[in-house]
Design a protein around this ligand. Sequence first.
Ligand code: ATR
Length: 279
Amino acid sequence: MTKACVIGWPISHSRSPIIHGYWLKQHGINGSYTRQPVEPSSLADFIGCLEGAGYAGCNVTIPHKEAVFGLVRRADDSTERLGAVNTVYLQNGKVLGTNTDGEGFINSLKQGAPGLDLANSRAVVLGAGGASLAVVNAILEQGAAEVAIANRTRGKADQLRMRFGTRVLPIGWEEAADHLAECSLLVNTTSLGMKGQPDLDLRLAKLPQRAVVADIVYTPLRTRLLNEAAARGNTVVEGLGMLLHQAVRGFSLWFGVTPQVTRELRDLVARDIDPDFPR
Ligand code: ATR
């Protein structure tokens, strides 16, 4: 039996077992995918003993993504740039780490907004934390001309420019609404709008109608930002899509089958997030 897991501290809220469990069943694979709580002090031991414990690999979530980066061989340049690992796998006895958050975001956009072409485009990203890093890197890899970043703490947006170069344009939090003119993509990577957090309050009046609006928050499935954008005719992309799509490559690396993100899978996870989601 092939084993994989997700590690974090705490880990009880992770929905990854639902996703991988669905694919294991769908493909008739003799495998398992479990939640493993790993304290920061045990992280190095856990990664070091992964193969001995019979794992093909694992996903990594809060707060371990940066620490695991320092414990594994980095599989690719994109991961090297991010300094964070969300997927660990074994290859010829070596422990490799990669990051699938960026492709998860891009593939979710491709599924939700197939007409969007980011080459030479302008994007506005709200937030400059860990999730923003992966999203900004991915948008730049798609050939965007400019990614404006608005963050409450301006210095963190400035750091992203130092990391990624002059296509990144740090702007003031209050400037975001004015910057929406001529933008093709608006992404919220902050925790604003998440259940239990304040709403994101952004005037969308200047956002072109053809622009796509994405949120990485998926509790609730439809944030106020997405509802407001959809109401004025913008195409919207839910945060749940990124969670589903980031899981694809790990499954393929551990279990040898590249799975699909289907409507049925999306609805399965949506029902776990929102018990009122229609059955
Ligand atoms: P993640 O890994 O999910 O990105 P993070 O690194 O803690 O988490 O980043 C959270 C992001 O949400 C940051 O951009 C944060 O802004 P600061 O850098 O100023 O902290 C943003 N954020 C959280 N609460 C916010 C609030 N009340 N108003 C504005 N931005 C907020």
